[in-house]
Write a protein that binds this ligand. Structure first.
Ligand SMILES: [Zn+2]
Ligand SMILES: [Zn+2]
Ligand SMILES: [Zn+2]
Length: 354
């Protein structure tokens, strides 16, 4: 019986020795607030200790590639360890050293750091340098790493297959990290190079035309066609003017038949109505002056008038003024003849007395 108890005790001791060995197998994990990053982003990375570590001291490094990340700042979190410090080492390594007066049994964040992203697709890892329990016994602690993938914010898109107004083309995007993908391109704009008349313009109303796509036949925005304006014929006199009554003339649009009517003023006395041609009448409705005023613009015209007047005064005795002058001349000649005869008679009488 005593031997059996002794055996059980030995098993219990073995179990007690084994259990701390399982418990004291802590891990340091590393995490980020943003696993998809772009160039210029600022990210926070934290180092976390699993619970039940039974650690008294912990020294670890955080490793990164200096061409991918710029270290900004880091600090040890209070709560798990009593004190700790961080140092920036060259070559992309930040070192942390933490000490506790008791045994660390809780898990949580040990340290946190800020990095700026210089190029995408980087990796940050944590490696343990040294870890001891409360009795300065060595404890094995495993570390871990995180890979930060590119958010492809720097993607440059190029046309791989052009779109038409009816079919989507293909665009290919290439990121600075080397990632490449394709997407559906937006439809192209319509090509409105011809137009269709929906409503014809008339003399007085505007029409409507619409652009039609030469590719798909789609009708675009409507645009107005200006009114054509009337196309009137020449004026036609429908009632001749007389000295007493005004005349009427009209003209008709050869497109729509619109009729315009205008009055012709009464004729001026002494002007022969027969001399008035259609054009002259049109003139007379607007201008009376030319009928009365001879064109004084050329001297030749005036010379002709003077010449004609002179010729008529000398040449034609048949008229009233000419015959009066002839009578006066005849009387004067007769009186002269009588005077000559009287003088002749007096001379003859004086010679007979001698
Ligand atoms: Zn990318
Ligand atoms: Zn189209
Ligand atoms: Zn018209």
């Amino acid at each position: 019986m005593k031997k059996l108890l002794s055996c059980l005790f030995a098993v219990a001791i073995l179990i007690i020795n084994v259990i701390p060995c399982f418990a004291a197998n802590p891990t340091l994990s590393i995490s980020s607030n943003d696993y998809t990053i772009g160039i210029g982003d600022e990210i926070t990375v934290s180092v976390n200790l699993s619970s039940g570590s039974n650690l008294g001291t912990l020294t670890f490094n955080v490793n990164y590639n200096t061409s991918q990340f710029e270290y900004i700042a880091g600090s040890v979190s209070t709560g798990l360890f009593e004190s700790g410090e961080s140092n920036v080492a060259s070559g992309g390594k930040v070192s942390f050293a933490c000490v506790s007066t008791g045994v660390v049994t809780d898990g949580g964040t040990v340290a946190s750091m800020k990095f700026r992203v210089l190029s995408t697709g980087g990796k940050i890892s944590v490696s343990v340098v040294d870890a001891t329990d409360e009795n300065d016994g060595r404890v094995t602690v495993a570390g871990s790493s995180i890979s930060l993938s590119c958010n492809h914010a720097g993607m440059v898109w190029e046309t791989e297959k052009a779109s038409t107004c009816t079919t989507h083309g293909v665009e290919r995007g290439t990121c600075t990290c080397g990632y490449t993908t394709t997407r559906e391109a937006d439809l192209a704009s319509h090509t409105y190079s011809s137009s269709t008349v929906i409503k014809e313009a008339t003399c007085t109303t505007t029409g409507i035309e619409v652009g039609t796509c030469t590719v798909c036949g789609e009708n675009g925005a409507q645009s107005p066609i200006p009114a054509k304006g009337h196309d009137y014929s020449e004026w036609v006199i429908t009632r001749e003017a007389t000295a007493e009554t005004m005349g009427v003339k009209e003209r008709i649009c050869q497109t729509c038949g619109d009729k315009k009517t205008q009055t012709i003023p009464t004729l001026i006395e002494g002007i022969d109505p027969e001399d008035t041609t259609g054009d002259d009448v049109t003139e007379s409705t607007t201008e009376f002056a030319p009928i009365y005023t001879p064109e004084p613009s050329t001297n030749n015209y005036m010379d002709e008038i003077e010449t004609e007047t002179t010729t008529e005064a000398n040449g034609l005795f048949g008229n009233a003024v000419g015959s009066d002058i002839a009578i006066i001349v005849v009387i004067a000649l007769a009186v002269l003849l009588v005077l000559v005869l009287v003088v002749y008679m007096i001379l003859i009488i004086r010679q007979k007395k001698k």
